[in-house]
Design a binder for this molecule. Structure first.
Ligand code: FAD
Ligand code: DLZ
Ligand code: SF4
Length: 514
């Protein structure tokens, strides 16, 4: 029975559910490069190049196994440039008895699939690359096990056995986060990172992307991402050996000009399927067992994948499509142009947007406590900042981006993901980075032209959102401080904030970019 097996660009995993019963004698695997997927948000050029090159290499690997692959390239003149159009054309070409696909990562594509009328049966299979299926998360929610990430994570540790000893957590505690908040010593040099030189296929894709998506944000080169499973495994080896031991200590640190520190840089590979979450966690756990990495590093790392990554996916599928629509803090400001240009005297913002432009990457604390914190404090409309995060990172897919931005950063979900907003003043950034030393502003100054904007914007945010946030017990400390603040100081905070906000330029409305 001839089956057409559609593999999407973030499903580049050999043992994907849609390929599990593949019969090379009669089946056809379909991969399609379509402009709609590059344009539904204006993806960073490097993200498009990464994914197209990874798709082309995946097709080559399948063909090397003797599998028939129908691969539609972006510059094919007959390309209709949508999943729906290309699947319909492929069904007409191959007249299969059925079509099989693994469930997509995004609600948008899931909706698309519900409307597919192919003239033959369509089998949409669960994506079993995650530890927690959509159904299992829903069942856990019913049993009240997904209220907070920490309890979900403990349940996942028990279920999978990662870092468990005698029914309890390895090292005697579930979470070593308090040990993972060191700033980087002044002369400390993080390890040099393994990057991958583009081969002929990637170079061809880089030229294609440079031509077709010239107006999109971001630099195409230097391009250093792995685009094959073999190289992604090398990237994982490098992380486990050279970076994991220091990952815990410096997980929250930031340093100007140091784009990667001890982070793994594997999220693009995990999210497109070149690596699996199971093998990554297993490698990390082995490093602990052989004494090559300390518990605070390994637990901290596994928590991000087994905990946060699974939790945000669960929330996304449990709460969509309504999840994207809430706006708990009624934030309405247009995204300032500086998110696209990086042009700002705020050194922390300029550095985080700079690394984003150079690599389609920024690490978690840069995303959460710098660009995210700023968007929260100035009240950017959730949909606009969500689109930015979805466009600019090589690892961005809505299932993981949306809960992180809508929930964790913007608190637009009213606390489904996190119990309070991660709002912070300049003191946090000063403590965790060296950004402030070369900045035009001073993190110790609270008001006036020299003051760090995060300082007055932080209090202004609390004042403006007092009705919504002050009843939250986890916000009581800052609101007690605020209640003791003299009226004149509050008025000055409002004046400094208004002046600063009036100076922000919005992007051109027709493109959404400056
Ligand atoms: P490491 O720091 O080495 O962490 C290891 C792995 O843990 C990551 O590869 C990732 O798979 C996982 N992880 C860590 N934190 C999270 C998290 N909060 N949610 C889900 N997985 C996590 N991650 C994405 O994969 N795609 C996104 O689109 C994305 N958008 C984000 C937007 C914002 C505003 C924030 C605050 C975080 C976002 N994250 C996203 C989570 C996290 O920032 C990235 O996964 C991480 O920076 C990727 O770099 P790394 O592989 O070096 O991660
Ligand atoms: C992100 C992306 C891009 C830029 N291009 C393609 C593509 O040409 N073909 C494809 O199959 N997938 C692409 N993707 C990834 C899809 O957007 C992703 O598979 C869906 O969002 C579902 O998660
Ligand atoms: Fe950022 Fe403020 Fe520090 Fe400047 S002083 S780098 S704006 S936190």
């Amino acid at each position: 029975m001839k089956t057409l097996r559609l593999v999407l660009g973030d499903q580049l995993t050999r043992n994907l559910s849609s390929l599990s019963d593949l019969d090379p004698a009669c089946d056809v695997v379909l991969l399609v490069e379509v402009a709609a997927e590059a344009r539904y948000v204006p993806h960073h050029k490097q993200k498009i190049a990464f994914l197209l090159s990874a798709m082309r290499h995946f097709a080559i690997a399948l063909r090397a196994e003797g599998i028939t692959v129908d691969y539609v390239k972006l510059d094919d003149p007959a390309n209709s440039h949508s999943f729906t159009g290309e699947l319909a054309r492929a069904v007409a070409r191959h007249t299969p008895q059925s079509v099989v696909v693994t469930e997509p990562g995004e609600w948008r594509v899931w909706q698309m699939m519900q409307d597919w009328d192919l003239g033959c049966p369509l089998d949409i299979r669960p994506d079993d690359r995650f530890f927690c299926s959509r159904d299992s998360f829903a069942a856990m929610t019913k049993a009240r096990k997904t209220g907070r990430m920490e309890y979900f994570y403990r349940e996942m540790r028990r279920r999978t056995g990662f870092l468990m000893r005698d029914d309890g957590p390895e090292g005697g505690q579930w979470n070593f986060d308090p040990e993972n908040r060191k700033s980087l010593p002044r002369d400390h040099r993080p390890p040099a990172r393994t990057r991958f030189a583009p081969d002929a296929i990637t170079r061809e894709v880089l030229t294609l992307v440079a031509t077709r998506f010239a107006s999109h944000f971001g630099d195409l080169e230097p391009f250093g991402w792995a685009v094959t499973r073999e190289d992604a495994l090398l990237a994982l080896d490098h992380f486990i050996t050279d970076c994991l031991p220091g990952f815990g200590d410096y997980q929250d640190a930031m340093k100007a000009g140091e784009d990667f520190l001890y982070h793994s840089l594997i999220s693009p590979y995990l999210n497109c399927g070149l690596l699996t979450a199971h093998e990554v966690c297993t490698r990390a756990e082995n490093a602990f067992q052989t004494g090559d990495a300390p518990i605070n590093a390994v637990e901290g790392f596994i928590r991000q994948i087994l905990g946060w990554r699974e939790f945000v996916r669960g929330i996304y599928w449990a709460e969509m499509p309504g999840y994207a629509l809430s706006n708990h803090l009624n934030a309405t400001r247009d995204l300032p142009a500086l998110y696209w240009t990086g042009q700002t005297p705020m050194r922390c913002m300029a550095d985080c947007i700079g690394t984003t432009r150079r690599h389609a990457y920024a690490h978690h604390i840069q995303r959460l406590m710098v660009t995210g914190n700023f968007a929260l404090l100035i009240g950017v409309a959730p949909a606009q900042i969500e689109e930015w995060y979805l466009a600019v990172y090589a690892d961005a897919y809505e299932w993981v981006e949306l809960p992180n931005v809508h929930g964790m950063v913007m608190h637009a979900d009213g606390g489904r993901l996190g119990s309070k907003p991660y709002a912070a003043s300049g003191a946090y950034i000063d403590r965790m980075s060296d950004y402030c030393k070369g900045c035009a502003f001073d993190p110790k100054v609270k008001l006036g032209p020299k003051a760090c904007p995060f300082n007055y914007l932080y209090w202004n945010f609390l004042i403006e959102n007092a009705a919504t946030l002050s009843p939250n017990p986890r916000m009581s400390l800052p609101y007690v401080t605020l209640s003791r603040m003299p009226a004149e100081q509050r008025a000055e905070i409002a004046r400094s904030s208004a002046t600063f906000l009036a100076g922000l330029r919005a992007p051109a409305p027709e493109t959404g970019q400056p």
